[in-house]
Design a protein around this ligand. Structure first.
Ligand SMILES: Cc1cc2nc3c(=O)[nH]c(=O)nc-3n(C[C@H](O)[C@H](O)[C@H](O)COP(=O)(O)OP(=O)(O)OC[C@H]3O[C@@H](n4cnc5c(N)ncnc54)[C@H](O)[C@@H]3O)c2cc1C
Length: 310
């Protein structure tokens, strides 16, 4: 009955949705099974209305951007998944842009190149949306979203729309209050700096070269770095190096493997499921601990059938 309220709203507003559909093709690692419905949202007001309806109807839901940092469980019959496709970019001051959170990093960087704004080049080669990037505090080469977020409009469960500033994100290394939470970032105001188009193009080019994004690993089924780089005595150590030193580089499990290019990437090689990922995670944590005494912690998010993120 309560599910009807959701579906009626979607039908009445001509919102694209897929009932009883597999989430797999929305995730870069392609691991996850059927969910109740996948809803494609393109307008901010529709997203806000829908979140309110989910709350009133007591439904499990989760928002995704590019699905490039998550693995889903194999069957989530009660879970509604919102795919955020709201993508506007607006210059709102000399050094400030307002971006809707469904905007892909690629589209945002193309806009920055076209309009001559620097500062976000560290996002080059990181898949996904700017909303997902803010939620997980994505970054590379010493810069991350915490350095550029000024403030944001957010939908708080049971409270509605509110503004928060950078401190409201409680940013940490690859983490914010949104990574494991239910609240939704609607848009972001980001700090940028005026520069020439050529300058921004060359900054992006240099980062893509450094990352080696032309390598085939970037086309494989993966969710990026699987483990966080541990911090030992105040120094960040590469999780990939620890995995490599433990002899696990290229290690094959039944349907999944440790990349032989970048040891912190786990590759879905043959229709892997949630159990396969959990098994490889456990095995890597145990073997690296035995070899180095360092306990690795997962960076990739697991989404359970209730939408709980762990
Ligand atoms: C090949 C490859 C390379 C990568 N390289 C990097 C890298 O260099 N650095 C790095 O940090 N990461 C990297 N990643 C991981 C990933 O791409 C980033 O973390 C990315 O920023 C996630 O964005 P997304 O839109 O895909 O988020 P999703 O995977 O869709 O979601 C991630 C989390 O954010 C939440 N979320 C998404 N949108 C919102 C929103 N609007 N409001 C609230 N919560 C939201 C989701 O619920 C989930 O908890 C890489 C991944 C791949 C596959």
């Amino acid at each position: 009955m309560k599910t009807d309220i959701v579906l009626n709203y979607l039908k009445l507003n001509n919102i694209e949705y897929y009932k009883n559909a597999s989430i797999k093709s929305y995730l870069t690692i392609e691991i996850g099974g059927k969910v109740n419905s996948i809803i494609i949202i393109k307008k901010k007001q529709e997203l806000v209305n829908l979140l309110k309806i989910f709350e009133d109807a007591n439904k499990y839901y989760i928002i995704l951007g590019g699905g490039s940092n998550v693995v889903f469980s194999d069957f989530s019959p009660e879970l509604f998944v919102i795919i955020n496709k709201i993508d506007d970019i607006e210059l709102i001051g000399n050094n400030k842009i307002k971006v809707s959170t469904g905007t892909s990093n690629k589209v945002l960087l193309d806009w920055c190149k076209e309009n001559g704004y620097c500062g976000l080049e560290f996002l080059a080669g990181i898949p996904g949306t700017i909303g997902g990037a803010a939620a997980v505090n994505a970054g590379a080469y010493g810069r991350s979203m915490s350095d550029v977020v000024i403030d944001s409009e957010v939908y708080y469960s049971n409270e509605g729309v509110q503004f928060i500033d950078n401190s409201g994100f409680k940013f940490e290394y690859r983490n914010s209050v949104f990574k494991y939470g239910i609240n939704v970032i609607l848009d972001l105001r980001l700090a940028v700096k005026k520069c020439s188009k050529e300058k921004m193009s060359s900054l992006i080019h240099d980062i893509l070269i450094k990352r080696g994004t032309a390598h085939s690993i970037y086309k494989m089924k993966t969710a990026g770095c699987f483990f966080k780089n541990p911090i030992i005595d105040g120094k960040k150590i590469s999780a990939g190096k620890i995995i490599e030193q433990s002899g696990l580089k290229g290690e094959k499990f039944s349907n999944i493997m440790v990349s032989d290019y970048h040891s912190n990437f786990i590759i879905n090689t043959n229709n892997a499921n949630f159990k396969d990922v959990q098994n490889i995670e456990k095995s890597i944590i145990n073997k690296t601990y035995e070899a180095t005494g360092i306990k690795l912690k997962r960076e990739v998010i697991y989404v359970l059938s209730t939408g709980e993120k762990i």
